[in-house]
Design a protein around this ligand. Structure first.
Ligand code: C2E
Ligand code: MG
Ligand code: MG
Ligand code: MG
Length: 284
């Protein structure tokens, strides 16, 4: 079970470690196959303007139903895809597929926007801006309809590279969003310099925010900060009518969440965008 490595340190192998390592490796193979065999799908969750509850866009969310593993959450497989360098191809697939889909939907919903999640590994890839342009050109989707979502941690880990890449993307006319805002450590000074258009308030704040006391004050502060910086705010994870009402009172412009509309298969989305079924609760 134990042996010495070259430097004389004792390495201890436990059976479970071996099986974890093996599983990790087989996951890599499974992810490669998933991309090749077309096992990934996208669902779309509407972004809703809180003033009149109109859907203004959709966020593409990747889904993987593995024939051997069953449903695997992106929370679990995206980090592995990043680790093995597969995220660039998977992310490009998501961008191309969602851009084509939204271009189609825009025949009936002309102003519909598209939000796509982008990994830091994609952002710092030297040909990312070209890849984005190519995807949008093939889809026939104008760059102004597209918002790329990046997390704070990504931007903070490579501040200079990240900033340069953001400027290049902005130059193409796409909009930029900071996802899960409030969970990272971006300084105000850094935030001010970033060429971003949107802040998505992390759902942890909204969840606690039956919106009383400190949590309410925190969300209000983020909304005010965004207003000062000229950014639009999207509240993630709105799960009930109290949260919705509080966010509207605070002047948060947009929201997403199960209370408004769940992530939805593309075949069902147009009916929901058209109105009748989008709200499972009476409009307030
Ligand atoms: P995210 O971008 O912050 O997406 C929001 C997550 O919250 C989604 O989880 C969504 O299904 C979930 N959600 C929406 N409304 C509610 C609500 O009211 N309550 C709760 N509890 N959850 C809600 P999902 O789809 O499992 O995705 C998780 C994360 O995986 C995403 O977080 C994003 O970081 C990543 N991801 C998903 N698709 C992609 C992709 O195509 N590329 C990359 N790089 N990452 C992706
Ligand atoms: Mg997102
Ligand atoms: Mg988010
Ligand atoms: Mg999130």
């Amino acid at each position: 079970r134990a042996k010495r490595d070259g430097a004389g340190r004792v390495l201890v192998y436990e059976p479970y470690m071996q099986s974890e390592a093996l599983d990790h490796l087989s996951l890599r193979g499974d992810l490669q196959r998933a991309l090749r065999e077309g096992e990934f799908r996208l669902q779309y969750q509407p972004l809703i303007r809180l003033s009149d509850l109109a859907p203004t866009g959709v966020e593409a969310l990747i889904r993987w139903h593995s024939p051997t593993r069953g449903f695997v959450s992106p929370v679990d497989f995206i980090p592995i895809a990043e680790e093995f360098g597969l995220i660039v191809d998977i992310g490009q697939w998501a961008l191309e597929t969602s851009a084509k889909q939204v271009a189609l939907w825009r025949r009936d919903f002309p102003d519909l926007g598209l939000n796509v999640n982008v990994s830091g590994h994609q952002l710092v890839h030297p040909r990312f801006a070209d890849a984005v342009m190519r995807a949008l050109a093939i889809a026939g989707l104008p760059s102004s309809a597209v918002t790329l979502e990046l997390t704070e941690s990504v931007l903070m880990s490579e501040p200079d590279l990240g900033k340069a890449a953001l400027h290049a993307l902005r130059g193409l006319g796409v909009q930029l969003s900071i996802d899960d805002f409030g969970t990272g450590y971006s300084s105000l000074a850094y935030l001010r310099e970033l060429p971003v258009d949107e802040l998505k308030i992390d759902r942890a704040f909204i969840a606690r925010a039956e919106l009383t006391g400190e949590d309410l004050a925190l969300v209000r502060t983020i909304v005010e900060l965004a207003q000062i910086l000229g950014l639009r705010t999207v509240a993630e994870g709105i799960e009930n009518a109290n949260q919705l009402a509080a966010l509207r009172r605070l002047g948060c412009a947009y929201g997403q969440g199960y209370h408004l509309c769940r992530p939805t298969d593309p075949s069902d989305l147009p009916a929901r965008l058209a109105g009748e079924q989008i709200f499972t609760h009476p409009r307030t």
